[in-house]
Design a protein around this ligand. Structure first.
Ligand SMILES: *Cc1c(COP(=O)(O)O)cnc(C)c1O
Length: 472
């Protein structure tokens, strides 16, 4: 195996925000040199973006190809990106931003890392897609399976949506059952059965949360609050013989950043075992983001099926689902469950993923990310406190969350109760100070190994000012 997973080294304890010592990065070798001298200062003139959005809206639905990019949750006009390098984004007016989105997770080694760019360029020169087997697929598969530990076979697809959709089909194929359990506020892509919301009252039966999703399909998805094992137990009691499995983000990253309560994931594992159901971890966001492999490595709970995406493609459209041999053997061509893809396992995506994970596999990589994300979480919290703004922060590996709330957020109801109006103001104040936050208070933030002390300090400095101005 080319890359040995530092399994034991990455079992990071929960960040103890109050007691974190001042930290220094032990492994600056992850960084690459980018040209700081050449970067323009932020001018807050975004006329080119305004014009670009006008033009885009004439031909693209809402001017975007994914809804959150339209800034609906924060107001204002989306900023158009010209290029990205290391920890920075540059807009088409020439303004520079420290990026805390990282393409929603994939950019874990920084944007346009020379080793990743070179790998992709080399692959591209050999042809963009073969629609046939290539050795790079096996190489990336070996790296991933060696790291997550819970899988023996893997299938690559092109998006997280596809990975989870296929995983759900798979657990239905294995069990011959039709219902699944998911958690309120967890996002698993936009396949029909996963675009569901809570029905009325105490009902756990899903109803469509998007037009175009038939009620019959939505009703096969049962909903429980994240971190609420009692409701999951009740659902199992009512529907045990028809529950194919439980689908969960092991750390919820699509309603801010919410870690599972102690025992929650272990409890899900036990309930699935007791009822002959399968446990699916959707680690599309957390996989290779919070630790080498994913959060399952940290907590040592083994799911039956793991969904991955984002980081494993290093910025190219790559995702995957993986599991034990006897489970995955049901997938075509070995078994009766059909699933295919014209561009699946394409050489560019594989090359980008391999180059990215090789950097992530270096000793100390995740510890180093964890130190920086913790320093940022502590700094943001302190900046908020000195401006008397109530903010909760938490961090793990290269992922962190910030919520405008008085107490820690543990579920979707609490995430909805956060002050999202204040977040919108904060978002724009930060944008004007050269910091690129996710344009919604329901999103987690991501740093890369290119986010050095100077970047973190710049973010904290901008936040100190922003917390002050948003109250005026
Ligand atoms: C991003 C995400 C998805 C969907 O992935 P896409 O590549 O956007 O389709 C699914 N699950 C989780 C947990 C995600 O964060």
């Amino acid at each position: 195996m080319a890359v040995a997973g530092p399994r034991v080294d990455v079992r990071l304890g929960a960040p103890k925000l109050a007691h974190s010592p001042a930290m220094k990065l032990p492994h600056p070798s992850f960084w690459f040199e980018y040209d700081r001298a050449a970067v323009p200062q932020v001018q807050v003139n975004r006329m080119q973006s305004v014009a670009a959005f006008e033009r885009a809206q004439r031909v693209l639905v809402g001017g975007v190809n994914s809804p959150v990019r339209a800034y609906g949750a924060v107001g204002g006009e989306p900023v158009f990106v010209d290029r990205a390098e290391g920890p920075f984004l540059f807009d088409i007016d020439g303004n520079r931003y420290v990026d805390l989105v990282g393409s929603w997770g994939p950019a874990i080694v920084g944007h346009a890392h020379p080793a990743v760019v070179e790998a992709v360029q080399q692959a591209a020169a050999n042809g963009l897609s073969f629609g046939a087997c290539c050795p790079l697929e096996t190489e990336l598969a070996e790296i991933i399976l060696g790291a997550i530990g819970s899988g023996e076979l893997i299938r690559f697809v092109n998006s997280g949506t596809e990975a989870v959709m296929s995983a759900v089909r798979l657990i239905r194929a294995v069990t011959g059952r039709s219902r699944i359990i998911k958690f309120l506020g967890c996002y698993h892509g936009h396949s029909d059965g996963l675009l569901v919301a809570c029905g009325s009252g105490a009902s756990t039966l899903g109803v469509p949360s998007s037009a175009g999703v038939p009620e019959k399909i939505a009703s096969l998805t049962l909903l429980a609050p994240f971190n609420d094992l009692a409701v999951v137990e009740r659902i199992f009691a009512e529907h045990a013989d028809d529950i194919a499995g439980v689908l969960v983000e092991p750390i919820a990253g699509n309603m801010g950043y919410i870690e599972p309560n102690a025992g929650f994931l272990e409890g899900l594992r036990a309930l699935c075992d007791r009822h002959g159901s399968l446990l699916v971890f959707d680690e599309v966001m957390t996989g290779f983001r919070v630790a080498w492999g994913g959060y399952q490595v940290v907590i040592d709970v083994q799911p039956d099926v793991t969904c991955l995406g984002k980081v494993i493609g290093g910025g190219m459209p790559v995702a995957a689902y993986a599991g034990r041999r006897e489970v995955m053997e049901l997938v075509s061509p070995l078994g009766p469950m059909y699933q295919a893809g014209t561009l699946s396992g394409n050489p560019l995506g594989m090359a980008s993923g391999i180059a990215t994970l090789k950097i992530c596999s270096r000793p100390g990589f995740y510890e180093s990310l964890h130190e920086q994300s913790t320093r940022l979480a502590v700094g943001l919290r302190a900046a908020a406190e000195s401006a008397s703004v109530a903010v909760q922060t938490a961090a793990r590996g290269g992922m962190l969350g910030m919520a405008f709330a008085e107490t820690p957020v543990r579920d979707y109801v609490a995430a909805q109760a956060c002050n999202h109006e204040l977040f919108a103001k904060f978002f724009h104040a930060m944008l004007d100070r050269g910091v690129w936050l996710p344009p919604s208070g329901y999103e987690a933030m991501f740093i890369s190994s290119a986010h050095d002390d100077e970047c973190i300090d710049q973010i904290i400095g901008a936040a100190a000012e922003s917390f002050r101005v948003i109250q005026e």
